[in-house]
Design a protein around this ligand. Sequence first.
Ligand code: PLP
Length: 408
Amino acid sequence: MKPIGPIPAGFTAIEGELAISGRRTSELVEEAGRTPLFVYSKSMIEQRLADLRAAMPDGLKVNYAIKANSYAPLLEYISPLVDGLDIASGGELEMLQELGIDGSRISFAGPGKRDEELEAAIRAGVTLNLESENEARRALAISEKIGVTPRLAIRVNPDFELKGSGMKMGGGAKPFGIDAERVPALARQIVDAGCDWRGLHIFTGSQALSAEAVTEAQSNILDLAIRLANEAGVGLPKLNMGGGFGIPYFNGDTPLEIVRVGNALRELFKKHSQDIAETELFIELGRYLVGEAGVYLTRIVDRKESHGETYLVTDGGLHHQLAASGNFGTVVRRNYPVAIASYFAAEPTEVANIVGCLCTPLDRLADKAHVPKADVGDIVAVFCAGAYGASASPSAFLGQGPAAELLV
Ligand SMILES: *Cc1c(COP(=O)(O)O)cnc(C)c1O
């Protein structure tokens, strides 16, 4: 038997069956017309944001990084609840433009922005978080050509990182951002060129569960940003402090204590109050806002035995759940939180391997999980599926195609 991850709080059972936003999974599957299906709960997203805002210092703004989940109804729902939206491609910009979201609420980070992407963003009034001097030159040339003043910020590659974070994106040589010591000169050039200077962006990592680690990174970020802006003599109209707030996926993971993070940040803001009096302060979160609000539902199509082990074979798999299968930035595969949705309230009675329908040994949803006995036709739920599920899995693999999605 292998442990499964912690099922996020907020899910209930109706007559034994898993309910999401108060609706039974069987009813949701019927509404979608098929499995596999992602269901995202509006009330859980709203609650998450309310708790976050209550914990964070007044005035701290929260952006949503849409790469975590860019399902259009979810974007439409979350957009008025957050202070801005962070994108990392021209394709993501198009998604937001289709929903009528104003460019002034969008910032665009990410290496390798193409000229067409830069142009579309500048025309739309999007803030570009510049990733290199070359990108800055191209952005300036494009804005001159089209006669639009660009909104420019610099993404800094800091010389520290978010400790214990799942994915390190700062510290040492990196494709992200501009090395800190070269930032003041570029900031000066941007201001001298008459651009709309939008300050600095410092992102240090993802998926941190330690309040101490987040606070340490935030403290370093504030120190660095203030120092760089002072050195450049350009002011700091805006500082995007990154995010990195993680969610518990695995057995033994504990939730990030956001009240501690918020209290420490309040102290930091006090300490630096003179230097940041004119600065709009942001954090940018993806998975923390939507990850736990999503569930992946997949139907059991076969139940078989092999060498004494039970396999529940589902109609879903890694093509929608790359991370849960252990193939997205993990070294050792561990079980995500999973349940038999059809018997959510029942006690576990057997140990089963839950696998997907792809013809590869990589396609595992849960190894040796202790679950209530389930059979063909029953529904399996994989939790923590609201972020980097549909948006980050190879749904075209083996001709499977995307899962259905519902926001309820
Ligand atoms: C991916 C990313 C995020 C979101 O990360 P999460 O772990 O989902 O919160 C935020 N900012 C930047 C720059 C990113 O690349």
